[in-house]
Design a protein around this ligand. Sequence first.
Ligand SMILES: NC(=O)c1ccc[n+]([C@@H]2O[C@H](COP(=O)([O-])OP(=O)(O)OC[C@H]3O[C@@H](n4cnc5c(N)ncnc54)[C@H](O)[C@@H]3O)[C@@H](O)[C@H]2O)c1
Length: 351
Amino acid sequence: MAADPEIRLPPLRGAVIGLGMMGRHHARLLQTSPRTTFVGAVDPTGDRHGAVADPALVFATVDALLDRPVDERPQIAIVAVPTEEHVAAVAALAAAGVSVLVEKPVAETPERARELIAHVREAGVHGAVGHVERCNPALLELRRRALEGQLGRIFHIRTERHGPFPARIRDVGVVKDLATHDLDLVGWLGDGAVRTLAAQTQHRMGRPHEDLVNVVGRLDGGATFTVAVDWLSPTKVRRTTVLGERGMLVADTLTADLTFHANGEVASEWDATRTLRGVSEGDVTRYALARREPLLVELEGLCDLVQGRPDPAVVTLEEGLAAVELADAVLRSAASGDAVTITPSGEGATA
Ligand SMILES: NC(=O)c1ccc[n+]([C@@H]2O[C@H](COP(=O)([O-])OP(=O)(O)OC[C@H]3O[C@@H](n4cnc5c(N)ncnc54)[C@H](O)[C@@H]3O)[C@@H](O)[C@H]2O)c1
């Protein structure tokens, strides 16, 4: 739920852990949002991107950030350190009573994600995961329209995430780095958990990890999905399509455009063709959307969660765990060549 501007809550003291590619953007928003007062950033390598206005607020360790007078300690922190460092950072913050938003993927394996969740639950603080695509204005509007029934029954969800290999070389493949976005999105958009999937990967760049993945699967409720992701394409594509009985909604998350392709409603005068019940091209509508920065919407969701507003728009830690479990299932399916059935584990999902 978007924050109601009429109700002003006191700003929360916020910090960011990790000032790299993602952390610098979180630092900018924590310093400028009226919902937060910036109390510090942690990075052992300092503020290489010049993201923090006051250098006195850059600390080398989480302990140094927390070792300050109570009213200068963070109430919320965004964890934007490399994924393998998430658990340690969250453990220290949660033990100090700090609520956390952890960048996606929530952890490197399902086991580590469960460990992270245990730290948060034992400390009794709030936790959420930064699956920021869910805050993209085109996807928010697509989901609202699909759930309202604009498409009728949903048949299929298709996500496409292609582009060149990014400069920030990392020791993971496309499945954990990028497809976790899509594996989270398909269930959120289709309003049902992933029940079965099969995957194929390619290793073409000489790295130990895959650089292309194609996943096909089915959700609870019967909708099918495909997820296609790679680092081998010479142009960047970020497209999500939901196809239903009345037409198709297409979101371009690079431009935050949403387009509706309606099925044609021109009646056939030829009796024989009426029985084929095929689809024809109808009207095409591109919606005018209010485009708010997804990371800011994500931050406001965290503030809503911590300040007890109803229905905060956050991705739960359990949903983050489910995405990591699905990524694991994708890699196992690609390795074995077999389809994988996902059974609900009560926390996330277990393959
Ligand atoms: N939501 C998204 O779309 C998205 C996009 C990119 C990355 N990410 C995620 O964000 C996280 C960070 O990725 P990135 O691309 O910003 O990485 P990065 O390497 O650019 O930045 C990580 C920063 O953390 C610092 N760091 C390392 N250990 C630390 C510690 N113990 N305490 C404090 N700082 C520490 C490093 O010095 C570095 O500056 C990862 O989990 C990644 O998967 C999410």
